[in-house]
Structures are given as C-alpha cells and as structure tokens.
Design a protein around this ligand. Structure first.
Ligand code: SF4
Length: 237
C-alpha cells in the first residue's frame, strides 16, 4: 500500500525525474530483470521485464513505488542488447507508466523487430495511440478503489485488438468488483479481448473474488498475482 505522503505528492514532482532526462531519445529505466510472468494470459512463462521510471498516478495498492523516481538513463540500443543477452522470447515493458516517455515506442518497435513477443503494461491513463501493432497491450483499467479511476482514458478500450490485447482490473473491494462487472456487462471491452480480474491483497481475498465470479458466472478470467505468491513483495523478481 502506498503511504499518504506518496499519494499527496504534487503532479509536477511526480514527473520531475522525466524532465531531468538529458537525451530525449533515451529511456529512464528503473530496472531490467528476468522472472516468471505473474499476470496476463502469459502467466507462468519466463519473461524479461523492462521497468521504466516515473508514473503520474498514485494507486492505493501500488507495489512499485521504487519506480516513481529511481532510474538510470539508458539508450534503446543498450536495452535491446540486454534483453537479447537474457535470451528469452517473451519481454514485458512495464512501469511506472512506460507511455509517459515517447522514446518507449522505439524500444517496443526494436523488440518486435528482433522477433520477441512484446507485452506492454500500461495504466490506461495515457493514450495507447501509436503503439506498434505487434505489441500486446495489457490495459490496467483503474477502479474506484485505486483512487485513480477518473484518470482512465476510455478511448483506449476501443483501440484494443481482439486476440491480442487484454484488460486487467485490480480490485480492492466489492465496489470495484461491481465496477468491473459494469464494464463487462456494458460490453465496453471489445469482444475477443480477455478481461482479467485480480484481488489487491491484503485488501481483498482472492478466494472471495473467485466466489463472486463463480456465483455471477462472470465472463472474465480470475488471476492470482503469481509473482507475489512465489516471492511476496520482493523487488526484481
Ligand atoms: S499506474 Fe502502476 S505504477 Fe502507477 S501508481 Fe498505479 S500501480 Fe503504481
């Protein structure tokens, strides 16, 4: 859970690390690591993660506050080389919020050109227009419990491609569950785009969410945050 201080940080301070970047073509990167993909339909597969620095949101349950300010400026070439050296076909670009840095598009293109399966996890609070069409967008739609639902760019839902992209909702309570159901029932997610629901622990028990989904025959997939089951809140795994 985020501290009160982190949530109260003014927007210009949240974006300050990105303004300090010297080379606009480079990326401010928090960490690159290899682990098991913990979420999405790719869960369970070994995956290299590239985590960008900086996020303009402050979700109540955020577990990556270390990516808000810490980072090193890296060229796209050095990142492509590092991902290649890690030797996995699956790579996820995540954050922070990757789309806050326009140079991320060059990284995404480069990873696709290298023949990798590329996932982009984005908050839904920045437009996904212009993302390479080979990238699997995982749109993390913000719920009321996150405190950031007003920041959702609803146009992003219409841009999702069936069979390629996914919607993820992290639920804090029953209000969030009803929010997710309303989204599904109103068919605001294009048919063929998977919807994944997970519980923000410890706020909501995964067993409770599973019971609600079975009870209501929800047209969505339950997901456990597998990396947390395996390693808890440890960083870089
Ligand atoms: S969008 Fe992601 S990185 Fe940003 S505050 Fe929310 S959970 Fe954290």
């Amino acid at each position: 859970m985020l501290s009160k201080d982190a949530r109260a940080e003014p927007t210009d301070e949240r974006l300050a690390p990105l303004k300090r970047k010297r080379d606009p073509a480079a990326l401010l990167i928090n960490e690159v690591f290899t682990s098991i993909q913990g979420e999405s339909s790719f869960a369970g597969l070994p995956c290299t993660f590239v985590r960008t620095t900086g996020c303009h949101l402050r979700c109540a349950y955020c577990d990556t506050a270390h990516a808000f300010h810490e980072g090193t400026e890296r060229t796209i070439g050095s990142l492509l080389d590092e991902v290649s050296a890690r030797g996995l076909p699956l790579v996820e670009v995540t954050g922070g919020e990757p789309l806050l840095q326009p140079s991320v598009h060059a990284l995404l293109r480069g990873l696709c050109d290298a023949g990798r399966t590329v996932l982009l996890e984005t908050s839904g609070a920045v437009s996904t227009a212009g993302v390479d069409e080979r990238v699997h967008v995982i749109l993390d739609v913000k719920t009321p419990g996150s405190g950031e639902a007003a920041r959702n760019h609803h146009d992003n839902l219409a841009r999702l491609v069936p069979g390629r992209d996914e919607v993820k909702l992290v639920l804090c309570d029953e209000v969030d569950y009803r929010f997710a159901r309303a989204l599904i029932d109103a068919r605001r997610v294009p048919p063929g785009v998977a919807v994944l629901l997970s519980a923000a622990q410890p706020l909501l028990s995964p067993a409770m969410l599973a019971e609600w989904m079975v009870r209501d025959r929800v047209d969505a997939r339950f997901q456990l945050q597998l990396h947390k089951v395996l390693w808890g809140e440890r960083r870089g795994v």
